[in-house]
Unconditional design. Structure first.
Length: 125
């Protein structure tokens, strides 16, 4: 009988201390993230399981943003959809050349904004 991968997430990983986790220089790629999580759950989760979990969290996040306009990744980020209204074409002055210019109209749009939660702010302080 196969045990679902999400059952292992209720168990503590091998290490949760940020000082014990070695990170490479530069931004973390998706494959590096998958490898780091798989290494923390040695023998319990495979890379394929971890990749599936990360992709499902992304899919759930997209659906929640579309449905409710808000999605929170606990301990990391709070994402909100902001509705920007349409703007009309307007005259203005280029501040560098001081010549008159016309700024084009922009259609109404939705923008996703992300704000760190308190736990993320405290982690880097």
């Amino acid at each position: 009988m196969l045990i679902p991968a999400w059952r292992y997430l209720t168990q503590a990983p091998a290490t949760t201390n940020p000082e014990e986790i070695t990170m490479p220089k530069g931004p973390l790629s998706k494959s590096d993230l998958v490898q780091k999580v798989a290494d923390q759950f040695e023998g319990k989760l495979t890379r394929k399981d971890v990749k599936g979990i990360i992709e499902s969290v992304g899919a759930i996040g997209h659906a929640e943003l579309k449905k409710n306009g808000i999605f929170v990744v606990p301990g990391l980020v709070r994402m909100v959809v902001v509705k920007k209204p349409a703007t009309k074409e307007r005259k203005g002055i280029n501040p560098f050349t001081k010549e008159a210019t016309i700024f084009k109209a922009k259609p109404a749009r939705k923008v996703v904004k992300g704000r760190p939660v308190k736990a993320a702010k405290d982690a880097i302080a």
